[in-house]
Design a binder for this molecule. Structure first.
Ligand code: PMP
Length: 411
């Protein structure tokens, strides 16, 4: 595909040269789980620990000041990256998307939800959102309802309009499904939520890495993402929240750094976003995530989206050649992201992934943390190939050849 100079990009990712098994170069198609890391991001760790490692916010000394400035500016950078004009005050660093959802579920949900209130999810939620809201609902007496996914793998928006009623307090929806690849109309869901007086939380774990995201155009109240899925490190993610909501909400974790004044009786909370970042944060990781944002912006988020769409279409078309392959999710187009989940009639997804591994092709097999959706699809598991900036059509050809091998082995 022509949107990106893939050959040049591949030089930034040393791991793509890894040879595994019988000395075969790895074909990495598990990017929806975790993306690989370019030298530019890896270098942040060496620079940080060699040059300015220190605790943040509390130091008078040079190193602490340098670390603090870099860490704080990383918040501004991530806010800008997803279209939040409020800068650091609207950008909390967390461990990952899961923690971002739990933060809001605990800090807002436990305090605000009660019996008779409704939380609306989609049938394609990742467990990170589904299990979290389910448990918070159980503890508060709220109900959970699920917007139906139709046979094409898209949300039934009429059903959404029915479900999101005046009892609804929270709508939580995945932006890009990590199983179906569907790009959901989250701005439309936000409008439905706001018309009903509810908040909308968008799980952007698969969206932020792969397309331009503008939280203000969506009018999201909360928006979550993970560094490790966007060419950044593990251990770090983000939670965007509208400033006025974050100001009103209770803290999630208590401790150092998140306070201004403490007595033996009580405490007051620090300014945003530090109110939500108790204890020593992931400093190098935060700075490295901002470097990943720079790296992706350099490639161009529009180009990345085009590349993803083109690879998804190519994979979809190649897999569609076979009668014994079922592909899940919408047909290629602007509302399908760069991943393809499928099943081969005669071979269990786990066996398929294992045979792929013999050819050094890394794909995912399992329920992709969407068990109820797999139940609905009538399967226990699926195989998933997911693409990123360094993947090529040739790698998809290797995938299809490996599927041929699996078919022969099991026939
Ligand atoms: N939501 C979606 C849509 C995801 O794809 C994932 C990762 N598979 C998550 C949430 C959870 O992300 P993390 O494990 O980084 O918290």
């Amino acid at each position: 595909s022509g949107a990106l100079d893939v050959e040049r990009i591949r030089e930034d990712f040393p791991i793509l040269q890894r040879r595994v098994g019988d000395d075969v170069q790895v074909v990495y198609l598990d990017n929806a789980a975790t993306t690989q890391t370019p030298e530019q991001v890896i270098d942040v760790f060496g620079d940080y620990y060699r040059g300015y490692n220190a605790n943040v916010h509390r130091g008078i000394h040079h190193l602490s000041q340098e670390a603090s400035i870099a860490y704080e500016e990383a918040h501004d950078r991530m806010a800008e990256f997803i279209g939040a004009s409020g800068g650091r005050e609207e950008m909390v660093f967390t461990k990952n998307t899961t923690e971002s959802i739990n933060l809001v579920a605990y800090a807002w949900g436990l305090n605000e939800l009660g019996s008779g209130d409704r939380v609306v999810l989609t049938e394609m939620e990742h467990h990170a959102s589904l299990v979290t809201w389910q448990q918070i609902a159980k503890r508060t007496g709220a109900d959970v309802e699920y917007i139906r996914v139709d046979d094409d793998g898209r949300l039934d928006m009429d059903h959404a309009a029915e479900l999101i009623d005046e009892d609804t307090e929270m709508v939580s929806a995945v932006h890009v499904s990590n199983t179906l690849g569907t790009v959901n109309p989250v701005a439309d869901l936000a409008e439905l939520a706001h018309d009903a007086g509810a908040y909308i939380f968008v799980d952007g774990a698969q969206a932020v890495p792969t397309r331009p995201v503008d939280v203000e155009a969506i009018d999201a109240d909360f928006y979550a993402f993970s560094g490790h899925k966007m060419a950044g490190p593990t251990g770090i993610g983000g939670l965007y929240g509208k400033k006025e909501i974050l100001e009103d909400m209770e803290p999630f974790l208590y401790g150092g750094d998140m306070i201004t004044k403490v007595t033996y009786e009580d405490a007051t909370w620090n300014e945003l976003p530090w109110k939500y970042e108790a204890g020593t944060p992931l400093i190098a990781e935060g700075i490295a995530m901002a470097e990943a944002a720079d790296y992706l912006d350099e490639l161009g988020m529009d180009n990345i989206r085009t590349h993803e769409e083109q690879l998804a279409e190519y994979a979809y078309d190649r897999l569609s050649e076979f009668d014994d392959i079922e592909i899940y999710g919408p047909e290629p187009g602007p509302d399908r992201g760069g991943l393809v989940s499928f099943n081969l009639d005669s071979v269990h997804a786990h066996d398929l992934a294992s045979i792929m591994n013999d050819s050094a092709v890394a794909i995912r097999a399992g329920d992709h943390c969407t068990q109820p959706l797999h139940d609905k699809l009538g399967v226990a598991a699926s195989a998933r190939a997911s693409f990123y900036v360094y993947n090529t059509r040739e790698e998809i050809d290797v995938l299809v050849d490996a599927i041929d091998d699996a078919r022969e082995l099991f026939s």
